[in-house]
Design a protein around this ligand. Structure first.
Ligand SMILES: Nc1nc2c(ncn2[C@@H]2O[C@H](COP(=O)(O)OP(=O)(O)OP(=O)(O)O)[C@@H](O)[C@H]2O)c(=O)[nH]1
Ligand SMILES: [Mg+2]
Length: 219
């Protein structure tokens, strides 16, 4: 039986008339200086930046990944931790978000205790409980300075129904672990069939329609 309506199988996908790419919007949230920018750099660019400055508003990074034969654009929103650099942007962070990464610094207890506040902010923006969320303890390379024990972080993650990743954006040996944070979320999102195509290349009319229906869905 011929497959109706699906993408025709073929060796050269560039010949397909309609290439549909889903975009997953993942926001990275947490105190200033916990390493959000460095983590997103590590995932999207594969490196640790020599020098970073406090993020103002938001920086976008993107990486296309392939999961079970589907190309997916992971759009990472690297948000600002400092209140003065984020306050005008908060609504935009949470709008139509697909997944949330909460980051703390394992060497700074206040960045961990502040997670409560970040979770409250997220919940206050009507982010669905179905939106996957993960917890990331960063800077694990600073072994002698660790203030947040794994057991404490694990308990908190469990209580909030999140997976915990302890990692380091700096240590190249941890790069696979950083990758797995975003890949784990992308896999979970891919499994949510209800996520519509937001970026339909070569068919803008259809893309717009789907986007509208998605927005209507979200209301
Ligand atoms: N040792 C170590 N330092 C790190 C790591 N990740 C980030 N840093 C350092 O921590 C500092 C802050 O990193 P950023 O990524 O800019 O922090 P941020 O969370 O984006 O901060 P805001 O943009 O102000 O919200 C920088 O000096 C980084 O070099 C890590 O895994 N290990
Ligand atoms: Mg930053």
């Amino acid at each position: 039986m011929a497959a109706g309506g699906g993408r025709p199988p073929g060796p050269d996908s560039s010949l397909e008339p309609y290439v549909q790419t889903r975009i997953f919007k993942i926001i990275v949230i947490g105190d200033s200086n916990v390493g959000k920018t460095c983590l997103t750099f590590r995932f999207c660019g594969g490196t640790f930046p020599d020098k970073t400055e406090a993020t103002i508003g938001v920086d976008f990074r993107e990486k296309t990944v392939e999961i079970e034969g589907e190309r997916i654009k992971v759009q990472v929103w690297d948000t600002a931790g400092q209140e003065r650099f984020r306050k005008s942007m908060v609504e935009h962070y949470y709008r139509n978000v697909h997944a949330v990464v909460f980051v703390y610094d394992v060497t700074k207890m206040t960045s961990f205790t502040n997670l409560k506040m970040w979770i409250e902010e997220c919940n206050g923006h009507a982010v669905s409980p179905l939106v996957p969320k993960v917890l990331v303890g960063n800077k694990c390379d600073l072994k002698d300075l660790i203030q947040v024990p794994s057991s404490m972080a694990l308990k908190f993650a469990d209580a909030h129904n999140m997976l915990l990743f302890e990692t380091s954006a700096k240590d190249p040996k941890e790069s696979q672990n950083v990758e797995s944070i975003f890949m784990c979320l992308a896999c979970r999102l891919k499994a949510q069939k209800s996520l519509l195509y937001r970026d339909v290349e070569k068919r803008p009319g259809r893309a717009q329609k789907l986007e509208q229906s998605r927005d209507a869905h979200a209301r």
